[in-house]
Design a protein around this ligand. Structure first.
Ligand SMILES: Cc1cc2nc3c(=O)[nH]c(=O)nc-3n(C[C@H](O)[C@H](O)[C@H](O)COP(=O)(O)O)c2cc1C
Length: 204
């Protein structure tokens, strides 16, 4: 069985969470993770051309295939990862979700487990609003939302880092200078493991 992890990442933080979630998926017997990125806008590509750091991150992702509707249809469960843009998901992710009308008509995603994860620049930059609003279209598509329970180590904390019951998260810093903490990555792994286990149970 396959869990699709589709994400958008400009500076690499959501990418790191996606990779950790993929590791978590593969700790579950018989479960495979497929990592896919969303398509970049040409206008943003031109901005990235002039930014050395973002260009390096873009190059790092060249071998990760762009997500197709077929990838969404084939998956037994899907995790969606997006950086926060004004308290909401990035347009690159919304573009993919808005291209699923044909899947909605057929009910192709109904009954599949889904989860979300994000990154913000600042501690209170809107992780929860992004995660909760990312869930709305997934509910329209009939997906079954899977979060992160507080039994996962590192969830109950008061530190300046990520980890929410709505999904894994991380704080990137105003210039993207921070990296996900060990706890952020462990929570993303736990989210990957949990959606893989949920997909298995739902199949049974
Ligand atoms: C247009 C735009 C809007 C943003 N809005 C927010 C925001 O509302 N809150 C916040 O904390 N960070 C915001 N950021 C910062 C991004 O969330 C941050 O760059 C991202 O989490 C890094 O993830 P990445 O490394 O995967 O690209 C914004 C960035 C851009 C370019």
């Amino acid at each position: 069985m396959k869990i699709l992890i589709v994400y958008y990442s400009m500076y690499g933080h959501v990418l790191q969470l996606a990779q950790a979630a993929a590791e978590g998926v593969e700790t579950v017997d018989g479960m495979q993770a497929a990592l896919r990125r969303t398509e970049e806008f040409e206008t943003v590509n031109r901005v990235i051309d002039g930014n050395e750091f973002a260009s390096q991150i873009r190059d790092k992702q060249r071998n990760i295939p762009v997500c197709t509707l077929n990838d969404l249809e084939e998956a037994d469960g899907i995790l969606f990862g997006s950086p926060t843009r004004y308290g909401n998901m990035a347009a690159q992710m919304k573009q993919l979700i808005d291209s699923t009308a044909s899947l909605w008509l057929k009910g192709s995603l109904e009954g599949k487990p889904a989860g979300v994860f994000t990154s913000t620049a600042s501690t209170h930059g809107g992780q929860e609003t992004t995660l909760l609003t990312m869930m709305a279209p997934l509910l329209h598509l009939g997906m079954i939302i899977v979060g992160v329970p507080y039994s996962v180590p590192g969830m109950l904390h008061t530190e300046g880092r990520g980890g929410t019951p709505y999904g894994a998260s991380t704080v990137a810093g105003a210039r993207g200078e921070l990296t996900p903490t060990a706890e952020d990555l462990e929570i993303a792994r736990a989210q990957g493991r949990r959606i893989a286990e949920a997909a298995k149970k739902l199949r049974r």
